[in-house]
Design a binder for this molecule. Structure first.
Ligand code: SF4
Length: 303
């Protein structure tokens, strides 16, 4: 069998061992060396050029559910942590009874244990379900549904995991805490989440001055949203604005900046791209914000 292996950056160190293991089983093996940003990001170009029989994507849970001309296997990566470290969150959760608990794929298998730990400390734990994530309680950078779907019944949201990328994607008025399960450190992230919200509103205000829009359409299989991009183009043109769709697998800020006529970017790719507005040098709005922006624009024009 001809197999292509794909690893996210943090797991590329394990690639050689896995490749040799499969070769010893008699398979023909190739390693994708493209950057890999998430479960949405399968290396279609390499896969098609090589006419592979199978792609093995390491590190993430299943994301792409549509048929591809080759078999796709997602191999999840789990890290067992000391659930006792959740005690680091208890002072922050004092006075908060109902906790929406979320984590990343690395720790999903221990979600039940984490729930029990918190329940043992008098908490009621709510575990919601996202739209794109594979498991209840699992968040992705682009899918906070596991938190938001139960937020109305919760007093606080607790994210267990390393880093801030996932929990700062949780747009909620509730207190959002991130507990690092290695150090036991717990931090509240509402100020950072608010900052992202403010930047989004700032981008909208700056976009009011713009006439020419570039719409980003990514060919990554989990981000490709042609209909959304075409709809955005129609909506912008319907308002008398100029819009063109820019298509690429990955968006390089410099290549985009060279399209000098465009003043504003509408993003249909990974929603977290909009947080890199400084790199792109102009306002970026996610396609999901377009209706709100156009309404604001109409209201502003009337005044
Ligand atoms: S779309 Fe963005 S946030 Fe979602 S899985 Fe892909 S890289 Fe991660």
């Amino acid at each position: 069998m001809r197999i292509l292996l794909q690893f996210p950056e943090g797991l590329k160190k394990d690639a050689l061992a896995k490749a040799l293991e499969l070769e010893n089983e008699g398979h023909e093996v190739f390693l994708s060396s493209s950057a890999c940003y998430g479960a949405c990001d399968l290396p279609l170009e390499e896969a098609n050029s090589l006419r592979i029989d199978k792609l093995i994507h390491f590190g993430h849970a299943q994301f792409i559910r549509r048929e591809l001309p080759f078999e796709v296997e997602y191999v999840e990566f789990h890290i067992k942590v000391d659930v006792g470290k959740l005690s680091g969150a208890l002072p922050s959760l004092m006075g908060k009874k109902k906790i929406a608990l979320v984590t990343t794929i690395q720790h999903v298998p221990q979600l039940g244990e984490m729930k029990e730990f918190l329940e043992g400390h008098g908490k009621e734990v709510l575990i919601g379900t996202g739209k794109l994530a594979c498991y209840p309680g699992q968040v992705l950078g682009c899918d906070s549904g596991a938190a938001l779907s139960v937020a109305s019944g919760a007093d606080a949201i607790l994210y267990v995991g390393d880093g801030k990328f996932h929990p700062t994607g949780i747009r909620s008025e509730l207190p959002v805490f991130a507990l690092n399960p290695y150090s036991g450190e717990c931090v509240q992230l509402n100020l950072e989440i608010e900052k992202i919200g403010k930047r989004r509103r700032g981008a909208m205000l700056r976009a009011l001055e713009c006439e020419r829009f570039a719409i980003l359409l990514s060919t990554k299989p989990g981000q490709f949203a042609l209909n959304l991009a075409q709809e955005a183009k129609r909506k912008l043109e319907g308002e008398g604005l100029t819009a063109q769709i820019l298509v690429s697998n990955e968006f390089n800020p410099l290549s985009i900046a060279n399209f000098r006529e465009f003043e504003c970017i509408i993003n249909t790719a990974c929603v977290r791209l909009a947080e890199d507005a400084e790199m792109f040098g102009g306002p970026i709005l996610n396609a999901s914000d377009l209706d709100e922006f156009l309404e604001l624009r109409r209201a502003t024009n009337k005044d």
